[in-house]
Design a protein around this ligand. Sequence first.
Ligand code: HEC
Length: 247
Amino acid sequence: MKISSYWMLLFMTGTILLSFSCKHNGLGPLDDDPIITDTIPNDTTGTGGTPCDPNVVYFDLEILPILQSRCAFSGCHNEASAQNGVVLTSYQKVMQTADVSPFNPNESDLYKAITDDDPEDRMPQSPNAPLSQDQIDLIRKWIVQGAQNLECDASAGQCNTQNMSFANDIRPIIQNACQGCHSGTAPSGGINLSAHNGVAAVANNGRLYGAIARQPGFVAMPFGGNQLPQCSVDKIKAWIDAGAPNN
Ligand code: HEC
């Protein structure tokens, strides 16, 4: 084979392969990729809020992802297209536009639309893939439970407070949330938290935990801000309980 036709052959094979591999891309909503619906995503931010109850349907975690991927796109129910005035991009929009009747799936247009007997009318409309039975059941359950916008923390109970290290676990929290006021030549309250000795001093006299846990008799820290995530409070407590070491 001449060199040039060899390259030509390679080039053609490549083009064919490429066009095959692209087949699945770009179809977006037409794809019938299964969406995992009743597994709550594993968030690792450790904010320590209310633990997720497996029997409760959480809108943001479980319902919104279905609506966003199957309904809220261009030409259908995003803000710009808003077919029939229905916008399915957020809890507020769903409640304002999709005629959801809490506790009453059969009175809810959103539910009626995804279960319509007539396949021509059923949402998502052809050629978009229909919702799976699991997805339909989940939406029904969410409405039966009152169509609420409940929140939970998928990582609650997963905060690791074992073997806290000042350098790796504690200092980063203090740096982000406290050093803005508690460092430099005139640190707030005369408390300098820029190095281990300053942090250890308030750890050992009880002021550090009192302030971040917002106990009575202490000025709540961060001053004027929200309480630290529960996981950060727990980490600092574990480190204090271990003797506030410089490790
Ligand atoms: C916006 C500025 C600001 C930030 C951010 C801030 N502090 Fe403070 N902090 C202050 C001021 C001001 C005081 C003195 C308050 C007073 O005495 O009324 C203070 C006092 C304290 C005290 C003594 C409280 C007491 O009741 O004795 C501790 C401990 C403390 N801060 C720790 C922290 C920690 C830990 C953080 C980060 C999680 C933090 N602070 C973030 C401004 C701040």
